[in-house]
Every structure is written in C-alpha cells, then in structure tokens.
Design a protein around this ligand. Structure first.
Ligand SMILES: Nc1ncnc2c1ncn2[C@@H]1O[C@H](COP(=O)(O)OP(=O)(O)OP(=O)(O)O)[C@@H](O)[C@H]1O
Ligand SMILES: [Mg+2]
Length: 284
C-alpha cells in the first residue's frame, strides 16, 4: 500500500490536475462529496465548489494538503479534478440534497482527495476499536502527534479526522493511517485563527499516551518552525481563484499569517497540555 504521503514537495502536488471519467458513489459527510474515478485510473473523493459548506473548503483542502506534505505528514494526494459537464448530466446522483431542494454539483475544477487503493479491494474506515487503534499508534507513533502540530498551526476548527485502510482480503493485516478533511483549517471560510487550547484534538485520547514532552512532537514541530516564506508561497500556486470566494486576494495574506504563526505552535501545545482536557497524562 503506501500511496498517501507522496513526499514533501509542494511543486509535485501542484502538478496534479486530472479529468474525472466516472461517478463511483456518494460519500457521507456535510459537504456531500462523491467518489469519482479519474483518467489516471485512481479514484478521488471530490468536494465540489457549490458544496453545502463553503466554497473555500476547496482552497483549504488544497492548501492544507500541500502544507501537510511539506512537513512530511501522510495525506492523500490533493488534486485538482476537472469534472466535465457531460459527467454531471449523465450521473443523476451528482447533485446536492439541500432540504427539499436538489442542486446539481458544479462542473469544472473541483478538489479531489485520492482514495488509497482501489474501491472494493481496499477497505477504508473512519473508526477502529481500541485494540486496532493501539496497533496503528504503535506502528506510526508520529501520525497523530504530527497532526496535532499541524492542526495547531493551521487552526483546524474541526476535530482531527483520519482514515484507516488495508487490503480488503487481508483480514488481520495491520491498517495504515492517513489524515483527511482539512476543510475547516484556517477557520473554514473566515481565513482567520481563533486559537483555543482544546481545539483540534483527536477524540480518542489514547493516541496521545506516548507524549512525554515537546520532543515527542518532533520532527514535525521543528519542520514547521523552520519553514521558509517561499515554501509557503509555493503552496498556493495554481489554486483556482474560484475556490477562494469573493476576495481571492486574501489567500496571499493567509499564507503570510501562517508564516508569522509558525513559531507559536510550541506554546499552543503547552496550552493544550494545561487545558481542562489534560490530553497528555504522561507528559513529564
Ligand atoms: N481520500 C479519501 N479516501 C477514502 N475515503 C475518504 C477520503 N477522504 C474522505 N473520505 C471518506 O469520506 C468521508 C467524508 O469526507 P470528509 O470528512 O472530508 O467530508 P466532510 O464533508 O467534511 O464530512 P463530515 O462533515 O462528516 O466531516 C470521510 O468520513 C471518509 O470516510
Ligand atoms: Mg469530515
């Protein structure tokens, strides 16, 4: 397996733009995404510009996905997916349910998060029982800790979400993990940073059992702190302007603020430690 975590290169991520060729199925979720097969033969969970959340969810997903790659986190490859109008017209399920109203999903450039493997052959789940989650944490101890560094930095206003995946026919084999759903980083459509010590934690606190101190968050903490402004500027290149809402120029300011914030993550982790949730019981 091992598709997510394509390597820390924003330029590489930028190059991925693919045409959708087939509707596979709808996915669960408030943005009402759909799984589409693309011209490369892989499938992508696609969020549409006119989704019921916010148009900027697409810009957030792309920017956050690239930033995550930049610091070496495992995320599904973020991709611009071009959905032809004919595919929308030929797929009756490519529409949003908005109360009693229906609205077709927009054609054109949408955000795609690559499905890890082949649907039907790869099992993907959002939740694992404690025993299996423990195995995952043991196998990839930095996964949830790197995610917390990232979420504090980007002020992810959603709880941390991950998917676990393995080959369907390998019952008993271990799961791999990858980080998904960055639509609410930078506070959704607001593009600001209402920081809070109790934000962005994974609901299953056992994933933080290995935290002994700030060193436990390495190498991710230092990687964020040492980013260059030009690395961040690279991450917004090629993000379609129509994903940015009414004031697309705010995207430049957003990455400037991310640069300014990069050395505040350390303190944010200490504030999380001292919060009422006390998420790191083994911090010495
Ligand atoms: N790259 C991916 N590969 C496989 N499954 C995925 C991928 N991305 C998302 N999913 C699945 O699709 C679901 C919805 O994705 P996501 O959470 O990003 O959308 P959402 O609209 O924010 O949903 P919610 O509001 O429920 O959080 C996830 O719970 C997960 O099961
Ligand atoms: Mg979600």
């Amino acid at each position: 397996m091992g598709e997510p975590g394509e390597g820390p290169s924003a330029e590489r991520a930028e190059a991925f733009r693919l045409r959708a060729v087939e509707f596979v199925r709808r996915m669960r979720g408030a943005s009402q995404p759909s799984l589409l097969r693309c011209e490369d033969g892989a499938s992508y969970v696609v969020k549409f510009r006119n989704n019921p959340q916010h148009v900027r969810v697409l810009a957030n997903e792309m920017l956050a996905g690239r930033l995550a790659l930049l610091i070496g986190l495992s995320v599904p490859r973020p991709t611009v997916v071009d959905v032809p109008p004919e595919l929308i017209a030929a797929s009756p399920l490519l529409q949003f349910e908005l109360g009693t109203r229906r609205e077709p999903c927009a054609a054109g450039l949408q955000f795609g998060s690559r499905f890890p493997g082949v649907p039907g052959r790869t099992l993907v789940v959002d939740f694992l029982p404690d025993r299996l989650l423990k195995d995952v944490v043991k196998k990839e101890p930095g996964c949830f800790l790197g995610a917390l560094v990232f979420d504090k930095w980007t002020c992810n206003c959603d709880g941390r979400q991950v998917i676990f995946y393995r080959l369907q026919d390998r019952e008993g084999s271990s799961y791999s993990t990858t980080l998904i759903d960055h639509g609410f980083c930078f506070n959704d459509g607001d593009w600001n940073f209402p920081d809070s010590p109790i934000r962005s934690l994974y609901p299953r606190r056992m994933v933080y059992g290995g935290v002994r101190g700030l060193d436990s968050f390495e190498p991710f903490l230092s990687r964020v702190e040492n980013l260059e402004a030009s690395d961040l500027a690279d991450c917004v290149r090629g993000i379609p302007e129509e994903w940015c809402g009414e004031q697309p120029e705010e995207l430049t300011r957003l990455v400037e603020r991310l640069y300014e914030r990069r050395r505040r993550v350390r303190q944010a982790l200490i504030e999380a430690r001292d919060s009422s949730l006390a998420p790191f019981p083994n911090w010495r």
